[in-house]
Design a binder for this molecule. Structure first.
Ligand code: NI
Ligand code: MN
Length: 224
């Protein structure tokens, strides 16, 4: 399974059969190295409806026919725009042709009335990937460490940019609690107000356990 970082919180997961885009903020993302036209997802997962997460979702879904998996309230709006949508809600999980998706808590605004921000655990290619979305640190992240996702998370994608989400200190605590095999920092370096250097996070992760920190620059991939 290949994880390609597209900058900010945009991530592509591919196992050779299925291509999943999470939070496809492509157009207008100053660090994204690809164009929306170059992406061909089967599924698009949207954690919440701030512009830096929903991004190109509607145009991508309409061009490719991709199914959008998101929270119920945000999904209503997408459906009204003619997008094929699967609405889920916090704590729910559902099996798709590629594997399972669990919707996790995220403590953050949703960007639409009545909605709630979320994260996802995606099972793809025998791996479990946690994309935290935008969130504060919260102690129920511990449940991902073998309680609700036994035997645990392979790769955690955690925001470290501070101001709108966890900063590096809190994201290192999250890593200690989740104990993924690999952690990749996201939501950093996109804009001047977001942290520009993930080395502090990497140092902190190295002191809190066995998790391997992997910093991906936009366009870089990780094989797991
Ligand atoms: Ni947000
Ligand atoms: Mn954001």
């Amino acid at each position: 399974m290949r994880i390609r970082y597209l900058g900010h919180s945009a991530v592509e997961l591919a196992d050779g059969t299925t291509n999943i885009l999470i939070d496809p903020f492509i157009t207008g993302n100053p660090v994204c190295p690809v164009k929306a036209e170059d992406l061909n997802p089967n599924y698009i997962l949207v954690t919440h409806f701030h512009g830096d997460h929903v991004g190109d979702t509607v145009a991508l879904a309409k061009r490719t026919g991709a199914t959008v998996i998101t929270t119920y309230d945000g999904g209503l709006d997408l459906e009204a725009q003619g997008v094929k949508t699967v609405g889920m809600a916090l704590g729910g999980k559902r099996r798709f042709d590629f594997g399972l998706v669990r919707v996790t808590l995220a403590f953050h605004g949703h960007g639409e009335k009545g909605g709630h921000a979320a994260g996802f655990v995606v099972h793809l290619g025998n791996k479990r990937v946690y994309h935290a979305g935008d969130t504060a640190l919260f102690s129920d992240m511990k449940l991902l460490n073998g309680v609700i996702e036994a035997p645990g998370i392979d790769v955690a994608l955690l925001p470290i940019g501070d101001n709108f989400t966890m900063g590096p200190e809190d994201a290192a605590i999250a890593t200690q609690w989740i104990q993924p095999k690999v952690v990749v920092p996201i939501h950093w370096g996109t804009f001047p107000m977001l942290l520009q250097d993930p080395s502090d996070f990497v140092q902190r992760v190295r002191t809190v356990g066995e998790t391997r920190p992997v910093v991906l620059r936009p366009g870089e991939s990780l094989e797991v």
